[in-house]
Every structure is written in structure tokens, then in C-alpha cells.
Design a binder for this molecule. Sequence first.
Ligand SMILES: Nc1ncnc2c1ncn2[C@@H]1O[C@H](COP(=O)(O)OP(=O)(O)OP(=O)(O)O)[C@@H](O)[C@H]1O
Ligand SMILES: [Mg+2]
Length: 365
Amino acid sequence: MPENTALLSYMRSKLRITHDNLFMFLTEYGLESAGALIIVEEGRDVSELNCEYRDITDKLIIELKKDPENQIDLIIALDAKISLAGAQNKLPVRYENGKFLISADNSLAATSHVIKPPHRIFKGLPYNEAFCMELARRVGIPVPMSDIVNIGGAEVFITERYDRAVADGRVIRYHQEDFCQALGINHALKYEIAGGPGFRDCIALLNRSGVQKTSVVDFARVAIFNVIIANHDAHAKNFSFLYNYQPEIARDGTGVTLAPFYDLVCTGIYPLNESFAMSIGGISYFHELDDDAYRQFAGDLSLPYNALSGLINDTIGKVRASVSDIVQSYTSRFGNEDIFIKIFNIITNNCKIMEKASDSLNASP
Ligand SMILES: Nc1ncnc2c1ncn2[C@@H]1O[C@H](COP(=O)(O)OP(=O)(O)OP(=O)(O)O)[C@@H](O)[C@H]1O
Ligand SMILES: [Mg+2]
């Protein structure tokens, strides 16, 4: 379910769903959701549902032309019966041949992409997310395809849904579950400070889930990457598992794999809370990280500390090898040099500080 309370309350009141009637909400909005869940009211015969789409391209262009940063939520504007988690304005769509489609009423048709429009307060958010996802991709971190797409003059972030695949022209659903769901933790507790999962809990979860060992390393690498790019909002709902996506590569035949990473954003350029969503070795702020914190962080990630330091240096090297190039190519594609320079400065500064810390970690016994 969306976490934006204004959106949730609109979605409820539109269909006269009272606040405590979770089941009615899900039966109204749960046909197209995260993963493979298709929720309908009790007694409904799913085989009677159609598989049709509604073309929303023209409506989307009109909406985004108005004032892309001050528009009402896309789910409301397009009257979409769709439910996806998270606080940001976003819309799952089927994107094909330049057309944007959503499921028609009472339809089982699935979406293939997610779009996120510009934000009223956080300027340049689509560029920021596209930039960080591209950097992650070049560093070798698994991420779904993503880019900027121009809709009616608005530059919008678009990403492929990793929980969908297209076969014979049809979109197939694969189940996904975020780390809070996997641990049975309510979204209200997603931050570690609120009692939610920290790195130690995530690594323990990964280890008992049967995912490949390389996924545990990917997870450690993205944790480091998030510190480098000042993504302070990497809470446990920003990591997910996929079920039966590629059963052949899962260990122990469980069919569980770690989903590619998403929601990678340099939150550090905005006036937001600067504490890490999950503490780094017990430390909440970047400028307070010291040897002891990195040592504890290595323990939390189940890595010997020289392995952590190797991973930090390797990630820094890969970030440095690509970041200027992305600034250049994004500036020439989109202008908006300011935002890319701001992100670049934070990243290069953080690389310098972390490199020193990692050298000192290696030098000490
Ligand atoms: N590329 C994707 N493929 C499949 N599902 C996705 C994808 N991107 C996002 N989702 C789903 O939507 C949820 C919210 O996405 P995301 O974290 O990007 O949104 P957000 O609103 O920016 O989140 P936050 O509340 O952390 O700011 C994810 O937990 C996941 O279930
Ligand atoms: Mg998120």
C-alpha cells in the first residue's frame, strides 16, 4: 500500500472505504500491486476478468504538461486502480512503443515499468535517481534498466519492473517481498531507529533465505555505495527478494533471489534527515564514522575487516572511474548542471574520506 497519507486517504474516501477497512482497500486497489499478488473480493472468479489495458498516454501528457511539480498524485489524476508501496508519487505502467498503458477496470493485465514524476520539494529528483542508478550500474551493482523519459515536456524517471517479464507479448508477474515483509515488520517500523532491521538483521535474513553468496556481497557493496552517494534513506523496504524468478541460480532450490537494487538517490543534496536509515557500525552520521564503526560494520556484514576495506576501495575506484563521465553525459542530455555538480561534489568528497578511513582500518591491527 502507498505510504503517502494524503494519497491513501484520497484513495479511501473516493470509494467510501473507512480507515480500518484494509480488506476493502485491497479488493479495490489490489489487482495490480507489488510482486505476484492479485487481490480480489471473496467469491470473485478471477477467470472472468479480462486482460485489457487502458491507454493513458494523452492523459499523462496533459497532466504532466500542466505543472509537473505541482500536479496532484498520478494515481489520482489517472484514476488508476493500482497499489504500490513507498512515500513518493509514482505510477506503474506498461510502457511499449512509446505508449503508456495501465490495466483497464477489472483487468488482470500487468504493468512493466514504474514512472516517478518531478517532486514539488525535492528539485531534480528524477535526474538524481537516474544518475545514481546509472552510477550503480557502472559500478557493477545489479539494478533494473532505468532512464529519464520526456512526457509532455516533463522529464520523468522511468525504470523497468524487476518483478515482471515479458513473454509472448504478455507481462508475467513474479513475486517480490521487501525485507520488512520478509521479517514480518510493519512499514511504520522500517527505520532501524524505530526498531526496524539493521545490517546485521538483513545479513542474517539473506543468509537463511538461501540466496547465492554473491548476493550477500552485492548487498554489502550497495551498503557501501549508499554511504558514498549519501543515500541516507536505504531502509529495509528498499531491499527485496524475488521468488522463482531464476530458480536455477538460487541456492538450495529455494527459488529465492535478491531483487536488483532500486530507490538509489543522493538524499544528501536535500534538507532531509542526514542520519543513516540503518546505522553503520552503530554510527548514524557520516562525519562520525571511525575505525571502530567500520570494524563493527564489517562484523554486521559478516566480513573480515580487510575484506570490507577491500570492498570499500574497489567500490570507490569504480565510482571514480565513472562519475565524471555520467555528469558530462547527463549535463549534455538534460542541462541542469547544478544538480549533477552537487551530487558529484558529495560523492567525490565522501570517496576521499572513506578511502582514508579504509586505509587506516587496514593499517591498524
Ligand atoms: N523497478 C521496480 N520493479 C519492481 N518493483 C519496484 C520497482 N521500483 C519500486 N518497486 C516497488 O515499489 C516499492 C516502492 O518503490 P521505491 O522504494 O522506489 O519508492 P519510494 O516511494 O521512493 O520509496 P520511499 O518510501 O523509500 O521513499 C518498492 O518497495 C517495490 O515494491
Ligand atoms: Mg523506497
